[in-house]
Unconditional design. Sequence first.
Lengths: 279, 266, 312
Amino acid sequence: MILNAAVDSAIAIAERRIGKPGEQVFAGRPYVMIQRAFLAFKGSSWFVVLSGFVEPVLYLASFGYGLSSLVGPMTSSGDSISYAAFIAPGLLATSAMNGAIYDSTFNVFFKMHHGKVYNAMLATSLGPLDVAMGEIGWALLRGLTYAIGFMIVVAPFGLIPSIWGLLAIPAAVLIAFGFASVGMGVTSYLKDFQQLEWINFIMLPLFLFSGTLYSTDAFPRALQIIIEALPLAQAIALVRDLTLGQVHLGTLWHILYFAVMIVGGLFFTTHRLRSLFQK
Amino acid sequence: MSSINRQVSRWTVLRAVEHRLLIQKKWFASILMFGIGNPTIYLLSIGLGIGSLVDSNTTGVDGVKYLTFLAPALLASAAIQSAMTETMFPVMAGFIWAKTFFGIRSTPISGKQMANGVWISAILQVTFTTGIYWIILWLFGAMDHKGSWLSLFTACLGGLAVGAVLLWIASVIDHDDGFLAIINRFVLMPMFLFSGTFYPLAVLPLYVRWLGWISPLWHSTELGRWVSYGHSVSGRLIVIHFLYLFLWIALGLKLAQARFEKRLAK
Amino acid sequence: MPTRSTEVVIAAHNLKKVYGDFVAVDSIDFKVRKGESFGLLGPNGAGKSTTMRMMSATMERSEGELMILGLDPKQDSPQIRAHLGVVPQQDNLDGELTVAENLYIYGRYFGLSRAYLKPKVEELLDFAQLQEKRNEKVEALSGGMKRRLTIARGLINQPEILMLDEPTTGLDPQARHILWDRLFRLKEEGVTLILTTHYMDEAEQLCDRIIVMDNGRIMAEGSPAALIAEYSSKEVLELRFGSNKNAESAKKLAGYGDRLEILPDRILIYCTDAELVLEKINHDGMKPLTSLVRRSSLEDVFLRLTGRTLVD
């Protein structure tokens, strides 16, 4: 008898999902992907990963300190606030986006084309939705760490005036989730490194025009409407509402925006992974 | 058979340049696109967005409009950015990612020539992208003074100073291991943010200001501001700025050439 | 509960895979029985890997029927994959992890428990002769070691069927022999082996039954010995007269054996007793530069069936 109890267990584990929704794409094990990411993280340079939260802090230090003397105080929903307090939430939201995009594009692209690790994973009983959720889950853990690091450094300077600001941490994770789930699907279309550059190229105006460093009030109304519909502007508005304690009904709309982005993104990514590796 | 030219001369270095340019030809369209797109977006957003804030709040920075003040700094940092792409990536690819340098080693091209090849094609590339950037700045009206065109050269000088040192650093590292992220995070980004790019260096407290003093970006920016709108600098400082940047180039190149030779001889 | 067949583990009927206009696998029929080792032979582009991927439930078929362990991959592909071990043509080990971690995490992908995996990883490290390298990153391994690790990884879930796509391509002779030994042990343990190869000696060493594929079709099927008997002769005499003289000399050689094959660099004479034919040729005054007497091999079958003297 070549089958022993353990083997039957591998098979039984797979057969448990027969007849359940999404049985072809989901094995219910995204956590093993997180375990993999953790093993890889253990064997890599921690410092590189952990020091990621430094970037928004540096931006904040440079712009918040140096530029504030030139631009003077800002207004948000009628309140007058310091320039640093104005850009802090924008930088947190932007870094959540950047981290998620980096993890779901550059990292994923590398694994897809050079390591071919996804081929190996999808030759097991694991499904594409497990892979997508696991990869995104790891990106979110990283985003969570960065957001906490950022808040710890920034809060003592009085840049988070409201207690609502604590919720900016989960908000950053929500934002990262939205970007990562769409980003991974987009990456599946890319063929070479040069195309990855295009992602940077799209990210730059998103960062520069979405009102991180100045209010979009200066723009013509038509342009403002377009910008407000973009995900980063939504993200910044959400985090700013929370750190400044200006929570209102519109805040819920921002959350809903990301909920839709997450669900749509996961659907899209799973579909793409399936057609890439299992068709 | 004897018709093949087997001459090995000092001009063999041009073969190495040719190799680099051949690679870039493939990406010409996107290089051009990014070359024009990036500065335009930057100027529209920072220059005009922050510019309107600053100009309505002050009577001008360093005696000029914010955009005029900012333009030479943006140009200088774009040149550095381009120099970084054109030195770090080809060297990392050549030694680590695709290991093409080890393939070229079996031809008559020497290690030193390979280093020079990357360097020369970086000069061409940096001049090209910085040139486009300058034109766009000019179109935005940020380069209107008599000597403004000279800022193209001071910016390239700064870019190449950083490029030469990065050429060496990239040839030293053995593993990819997030090295690029570290350089980016702890060297290039602080340099960009604390070199008096967006506001005069004097705004910063003294204990941070030294970051600017050692940064090639600050030296290159100061020169750029001097030529493009007449920012006042003493003659002695001008000499220091130039000397400092040339020192980086000389040192970086020398070390890189030695390192290339050694690494390819293994 | 799906039922598992005891005899036939894989059955393909009219199996077809089309990419756009290109027919990669053209309506083929075959069966794989439990415990046998089954080889897919053919030149590059014959459709071996495509067939393999359909069998490993990682590629959907275009037409026809395919049953793996009594299940249809269209409905139950994750469940099928739980039974399989897959060794792809290119090693896709996880470069960010160590040797032992690669085995462990692959088991986790199947949902296997830590308690099962701990001793299993040790067993497989022994099997792959990689105990000493267990804490090294994968990049530090030689080609042969990587291949052994990929095979060991494919065994982590104790698969009923192990699929190997060109397991020894690119390895040096020593590494190949070590691998063959490992595969032979698995065969003795009763694991069903399915492998593609374009090495004839490999197929002769490892396979009980072979199908020869070309242009997406099956050209012949049988045991190595049966195929040689049917499509070749017992022995082969290889003669070289020098590149320019082979064709000319061949004219004089007609009738010396059962069949002649004129290759650019040499002439093959298919016959029952090659020594005897060589003696006759020498006696008749022809002076080949070199001569070689050998047993007929699958390579001869292959050349005859696919009609290709050049296989890239």
